[in-house]
Design a binder for this molecule. Structure first.
Ligand code: KG4
Ligand code: ZN
Length: 335
């Protein structure tokens, strides 16, 4: 009788911004399963109307032990069951990143297991590995509060940037339009909810960058048009429905054109905005094989970093040195 290889449990940590995330995945027989995903979303920043980096770092320090304990409990594991550790090293707020990165390195060293430094955007992309095996080639659209990037992934681990926002990130635009319509924060879920009661054709938004030959995005024009419509008396519900329709349309149309141009049949759509129901429904009608992250894995979390770590291990990438630092600016594209 041959011994089956023992399942490898990978613990992932993300402290890149204002969420303290710890997740655990299991890699067994070439398949990954999410065992736990715990996120502490910092509320302290709300009173300032934006993330205060120093407060974020401090709160990560105060919460990370408790979040890790919660993740181990959820997975039914003890810390010695962990066989590898992954943590985000960039991009993000350097002070915030350092908390999770140092914690992850310390844990890996104490347990004497491999450590993998992970890229935050690779984490967002591999969040979708919870739903389907992700093997190149595919396109990856990352739409979050800080990023709107469209990558071609011709080979596993190779990222070619084919388009990006020229101004605001998609999630940032949802947040700003929600704020002006008085719908609260975070704006994405608030817009999505209000949109169910509004008319998507009430405000005639123009498609941004219409006629471009490339695959870039722009949201500042939609934001200005939303402000003008708000001043002209558009209701919050109509504004939400019309803005959401326009934002979804530009994201889907541009991605479909890029898929045609590159010949890719599979598209991964991830990041906070990928939670949007209208966006998911619109992608479902494109005829492409579209993969979204599972529940709770769209916005920042630790399980997506564990999934990126699992992908690195499966691809045979060697472990990271323990003396690598955190980087605020770290492009994923290597071409
Ligand atoms: O991925 P994430 O947690 O943070 C970054 O790495 O930036 O994404 C947060 C963003 C916020 O802008 C939020 O408004 C947006 O994702 N978001 C949504 C939805 N849920 C979250 N946008 C549209 N529709 C949603 N349902
Ligand atoms: Zn993110």
């Amino acid at each position: 009788m041959t011994d089956r290889p023992r399942p490898l449990r990978i613990l992932g940590i993300d402290t890149s911004c204002d969420d303290t995330g710890v997740g655990i995945v299991e890699l067994a027989d070439g398949r990954v399963t999410v065992l736990a995903n715990r996120v502490w979303s910092q509320a302290v920043h709300a009173q300032y109307g934006g993330v205060m980096p120093e407060l974020a770092s401090r709160e990560h320090v105060e919460r990370i032990d408790q979040i890790m304990e919660g993740a181990l409990h959820e997975a039914g594991l003890s810390v010695t069951d962990i066989g590898a550790v992954a943590a985000t090293s960039g991009p993000g707020l350097v002070g915030a990143l350092l908390v999770g990165l140092m914690y992850g390195k310390g844990l890996a060293q104490a347990l004497n297991v491999p450590f993998h430094a992970a890229h935050h955007l690779e984490g967002h992309i591999f969040a979708a590995a919870s739903e389907a095996e992700l093997r190149a080639p595919f396109l990856a659209l990352v739409v979050s509060g800080g990023h709107t990037h469209l990558f071609d992934v011709p080979r596993d681990g190779e990222y070619v940037l084919v388009g990006a926002t020229r101004d605001d990130a998609a999630g940032e635009a949802f947040d700003k339009v929600a704020r002006l319509a008085g719908l609260g924060y975070p704006g994405g879920p608030a817009i999505s909810e209000a949109a169910t009661r509004g008319d998507p054709n009430a405000v005639p938004f123009k498609e941004p960058l219409k006629g471009q030959s490339g695959f870039d995005f722009s949201f500042s024009g939609l934001k200005t048009a939303a402000l003008l419509a708000h001043r002209a008396g558009a209701t919050a519900e109509n504004l939400a429905a019309s803005f959401q329709r326009a934002a979804v349309q530009t994201l889907v149309n541009t991605t479909v054109r890029a898929a045609t141009a590159t010949g890719r049949g599979t598209v991964v759509v991830s990041g906070g905005v990928a939670a949007n129901r209208a966006l998911r429904d619109a992608f479902a009608t494109t005829g492409l094989h579209v993969v979204f992250p599972g529940r709770g894995l769209n916005t920042d979390n630790g399980a997506m970093i564990a999934l990126a770590g699992a992908a690195a291990i499966q691809a045979g990438r060697s472990a990271s040195a323990l003396d690598g630092g955190a980087t605020a600016y770290a492009p994923l594209a290597n071409a």
